[in-house]
Design a protein around this ligand. Structure first.
Ligand code: ATP
Ligand code: LTN
Length: 334
């Protein structure tokens, strides 16, 4: 491994197709960072099991997410893009770290509270210990930075707490990771209700833009986006709808809020919504095209998966061996 560079680790759950929120909040940042760091990106399929999945669909979604990572610009030759469930060290370290994590701290996780309210009939132990598996993901690779959307910040904090607790007992085993939250698009809101996060699982078809939506669909969704009273394109707390669209437009074009305000001075919401729709669909078109090509080339995807799974196994096993030794597990006889 290239020790000169710092290590970056991130991943997403393999559930449904990605949204514009996932893209701007996470994936786009990953692409922009991968020259600076030695990068690892997981398809977090073990995490997806915390919610009941239909097996055939789940398998398809996980592979599709793998292809989307590449289609969005991650390079499987330069970064290690792999499946979490293919590397058994994740589950093994998660078990060990479970024994260094308190019930109290897990009960304070807002994602656990939200998800258990949403899936009342299936509040399983995996949902509760979800952050411990996430800590294992990150700590196995000795990650320095973890780019995520703001909603994952709390999980990064508990990861740091677990790592510090472990290091205090056993010495410097884990690198303490820092979250990396992008400046724009850290929280993309629903187009139908700008007070709510844009989510994959929203029942309202117009609330969420999916990464694989075609141009007409993207433009239609933006045309229907809920805006605020008034007519000025201005970033303000009492204008959550327009502010969200500015956040999206800025995230895609790299323009600052001042630049956007100037660009749309004297123009109405209608013009602005159309411009956002076009900018987003221009950004997504090449991703969709590349995705279709990749999905048609099974042999290439298989090769990437195999090579990168092997690399992930190699790197993560180094940490796991160290942890096993530190906690006093009997050595393997090879
Ligand atoms: P769900 O909506 O079903 O809870 P999700 O869309 O949040 O799922 P995750 O796999 O939990 O999907 O998130 C993947 C990454 O995308 C995380 O880093 C998360 O912070 C980021 N992310 C998700 N939604 C948004 C959003 N609306 N804005 C910005 N970032 C987001
Ligand atoms: N919980 C994350 C997905 C995730 C992750 C990780 C992100 C699982 N393990 C490790 C960064 C690092 C989410 O986005 N819902």
């Amino acid at each position: 491994m290239d020790k000169e560079k710092k290590i970056l680790y991130s991943g997403m759950q393999a559930t449904n197709t990605l949204t514009l929120g996932n893209y701007l909040g996470a994936l786009k940042n990953w692409v922009s960072l991968y020259n600076e760091y030695e990068c690892f990106y997981g398809v977090m399929d073990l995490h997806s099991l915390t919610v009941r999945q239909v097996p055939a669909e789940f398998r398809k979604n996980a592979r599709s997410l793998y292809a989307l990572y590449i289609a969005a610009g991650l390079d499987p030759e330069k970064s290690c893009i792999y499946f979490q469930s293919h590397v058994s060290a994740h589950a093994e370290l998660a078990w060990i770290l479970n024994c260094f994590t308190y019930m109290g701290e897990l009960s304070r996780m807002t994602q656990f509270k939200d998800k258990s309210a949403k899936h009342e009939d299936n509040v399983n132990a995996g949902l509760f210990t979800y952050p411990v598996l996430m800590a294992a993901d990150i700590l196995l690779y000795q990650a320095d930075v973890v780019p995520v959307g703001v909603d994952q910040k709390q999980h990064l904090e508990i990861t740091r707490d677990i790592a510090e607790r472990f290091n205090n007992i056993y010495g410097d085993v884990f690198t303490i990771p820092e979250p990396y939250i992008g400046k724009k698009g850290a929280k993309v809101m629903s187009l139908a209700d700008p007070e709510k996060k844009m989510s994959k699982s929203d029942e309202n078809q117009n609330a969420t833009v999916f990464l694989l939506d075609d141009k007409d669909t993207v433009i239609r969704k933006f045309k229907r986006a809920v805006t605020d009273s008034g007519a000025e394109v201005k970033y303000a707390e009492d204008k959550p709808g327009i502010s969200n669209l500015m956040e999206i437009y800025g995230g895609v074009t790299g323009k600052s809020f001042e630049e956007i305000e100037r660009e749309f001075e004297g123009k109405g919401y209608g013009d602005f919504k159309l411009a956002v729709g076009e900018a987003v669909s221009d950004e997504l078109a090449p991703i969709r095209k590349r995705y279709d090509e990749l999905m048609a080339d099974s042999a290439y995807i298989d090769k990437c998966i195999k090579e990168n799974d092997d690399k992930a196994r190699y790197v993560s096993n180094k940490t796991l061996r160290k942890v096993r030794k530190k906690v006093g597990l009997t050595e393997l006889i090879l």
